[in-house]
Design a protein around this ligand. Structure first.
Ligand code: MN3
Length: 204
């Protein structure tokens, strides 16, 4: 069973004015679709065919650049769409995740500042993450290219529950070189209900 491009859970223009419709269309229909097609081509006829994307992430570093880059691209973008929602729709950071964020980072603002630093200082293309480590604690980190914290080669191994794409294709049409403005805008379109569900699942 080949991997398939998941539909966006909202219209291309639903995140306006923060994420513009043209960027969402190109990002989903062309970039993510390309990762899916290239991943399917890379695993066709190999031992990886039929494995879940999480299983593939666990061996991504040992499976060659095509699997690592396109498998990561498929996993990362699938997560990204799932934790976005139109402004006012996704709820606020609350419940046990809010308590854990405050306990670990001091405050929500300090968490967001740390995340912004991770996203802003990732040189070139990559992703910023909030994840749950094996001991149940939270971590904020970034990864290069289409790597992610599930990979065997991860610098910060954890289960990602929130991710931000900081490739220029994610923001350049609207924000040009102003990545910090894009990071600030991200918080207005986070689906915290989805992030909290991922947190609960990761905690087990
Ligand atoms: Mn992208």
């Amino acid at each position: 069973m080949a991997f398939e491009l998941p539909a966006l859970p909202f219209a291309n223009n639903a995140l306006e004015p923060h994420f513009d419709a043209m960027t969402m269309e190109i990002h989903h229909d062309r970039h993510h679709n390309g990762y899916v097609n290239n991943l399917n081509n890379a695993i066709a006829g190999t031992d990886l065919e039929g494995k879940t994307i999480e299983e593939i992430m666990a061996v991504a570093g040992a499976s060659g650049a095509a699997v690592r880059n396109n498998g990561g691209g498929h996993y990362n973008h699938s997560l990204f769409w799932s934790i976005l929602a139109p402004q006012g729709v996704g709820g606020n950071l609350s419940g046990s995740l809010k308590e854990a964020v405050i306990a670990q980072f001091g405050s929500i603002d300090e968490f967001k500042a740390k995340f912004k630093t991770a996203a802003g200082t990732r040189f070139g293309s990559g992703w910023a993450w909030l994840g749950v480590k094996a001991d149940g604690s939270l971590c904020v980190c970034s990864s290069p290219n289409q790597d992610n914290p599930l990979m065997d080669v991860a610098e910060c191994p954890c289960t990602p529950i929130l991710g931000l794409d900081v490739w220029e294709h994610a923001y350049y049409l609207k924000y040009q070189n102003k990545r910090p403005d894009y990071i600030d805008a991200f918080w207005t379109v986070v689906n915290w209900n989805a992030v909290e569900a991922r947190y609960a699942a990761a905690k087990g």
